[in-house]
Design a protein around this ligand. Structure first.
Ligand code: LMR
Length: 398
């Protein structure tokens, strides 16, 4: 059977890391994958995480299985991080949370759940979006369609077109929204736009699924949850897929959570029983270590304060890099206006470079960015900025 299989195309993001590793260019720079680098170019383990791990190493008593839906303390802490401690959704019990292997794992569990409860549903994703979104939903047997989102002319949201499409989506379909730091564009909805989207979703009976992978990377942990909370005000049912890869730096620990909000606690519990069946059939129960780290940090006021400081430092460094990037491009003689990059939020900058320019960057300079023109600002440093901007200036001449 295997002799007849032709190779699948490489992954649009992680496939570039594979190619990067093989590239002999000594100046090669990987700005494809969304992984935070500090000023020295390292992806550090956060100090709060190290301290939590020290405590876990001495305090851990067993490696026995977690429940199918994970640690109850972790699940509760995840819910509070999304909605705030005293939010009605948290206190009423009409939300349930299942620990999941990363944000992608959470999305896939949501997709499996929708595929079983509502097999005809289509998932509506933004154009553009994270390249893995369609695969996650299609792998669960769901159909995928797009709504307009990014307007290259203004480098903002094409909001009228977005609303017009949303107003035509049939009831019961899933509306995937990026909670903050839209990936790949870095362009988020304003408060009034969130309100309009939430209102339409509620009026049309759509099921919002918030992909929430960058909480803390735009303006702050609470500030970045504003969109999710607005949707929750209007829509009685929704999903939130949280990821702790970026804000806790727990990339390889695969640490995330799926929160399901229902109209009543009874409906939420009933839905959770189906979520658990999806999990059991997929990976049985979640890995524990990353979740234990998050639970330990969020449950200890001092550790939490340290972690919040570290999230702030990462966010501020990225924003400094955004400004330095725009300035350095100017210094290198680039006349095109890239000032919009300083206004984008989160780990990525949507550069507007063409696929041919992206290819030239890689082949001529060993600079790896995603085919859509997405550059990881989180991977820029003062050390690689000059080289990066010279390379971009060069390919812009083509
Ligand atoms: C990214 O968009 O680069 C990250 O979310 C990593 C990934 O899994 O694609």
């Amino acid at each position: 059977m295997f002799d007849t299989i032709s190779p699948a195309p490489p992954d649009a993001i992680l496939g570039l890391t594979e190619a990067f590793k093989k590239d002999p260019n000594p100046r090669k720079t990987n700005l494809a994958v969304g992984v935070y680098k500090d000023a020295g170019g390292a992806t550090p383990v956060l100090e709060s995480v190290k301290e939590a791990e020290r405590r876990l190493l001495t305090g851990e008593k067993t490696k026995s299985y977690l429940p199918i839906d994970g640690s109850p303390e972790y699940d509760a802490a995840s819910q509070r991080l999304v909605f705030g401690d005293s939010h009605e959704i948290v206190t009423s019990g009409r939300a349930v949370t299942a620990q999941a292997p990363g944000g992608t794992g959470a999305l896939r569990v949501a997709a499996d759940f929708v595929g079983q409860i509502s097999p005809g549903a289509t998932v509506w994703i933004s154009d553009p979006t994270w390249p893995n979104h369609p695969s996650v939903f299609q792998s669960a047997g769901l159909k995928v369609a797009t709504y307009p989102y990014f307007d290259p002319a203004s480098n903002g949201v094409d909001f009228d077109a977005m609303l017009a499409t949303l107003a035509s989506i049939p009831a019961g379909d899933v509306l995937l929204l990026h909670g903050c730091c839209h990936n790949p564009t870095g362009v988020d909805l304003s408060t009034s736009q969130w309100q309009a989207v939430a209102k339409i979703a509620a009026e049309r009976g759509l099921l919002p699924l918030l992909d929430f992978a960058y909480q803390g990377f735009a303006d702050g942990l609470d500030e970045d949850a504003a969109g999710v909370r607005i949707v929750a005000e209007h829509c009685p049912e929704l999903f939130v897929a949280s990821s702790y890869s970026k804000n806790f730096g727990l990339y390889n620990e695969r640490t995330g959570a799926l929160t399901l909000v229902a109209r009543t606690p009874e409906a939420a519990e009933s839905a959770l029983s189906h979520v658990k069946r999806c999990i059991r059939a997929n990976y049985s129960n979640p890995p524990a270590h990353g979740g234990e780290i998050v639970r330990t940090i969020l449950g200890d006021p001092e550790l939490r304060r340290r972690w919040e400081g570290e999230v702030t430092a990462m966010r501020e460094r990225i924003n400094t890099m955004r400004h330095l990037f725009v300035e350095t491009l100017n210094e290198k003689g680039v006349t095109r206006d890239f000032s919009f990059i300083a206004r984008q939020r989160g780990m990525f900058s949507f550069s507007g470079l063409t696929p041919a320019q992206v290819k030239a960057l890689r082949e001529r300079h060993g600079v790896y960015i995603v085919g859509s023109g997405r550059i990881s600002v989180a991977g820029m440093t003062e050390g690689n900025m000059e080289y990066l901007c010279e390379a971009i200036a060069d390919v812009l001449k083509d």
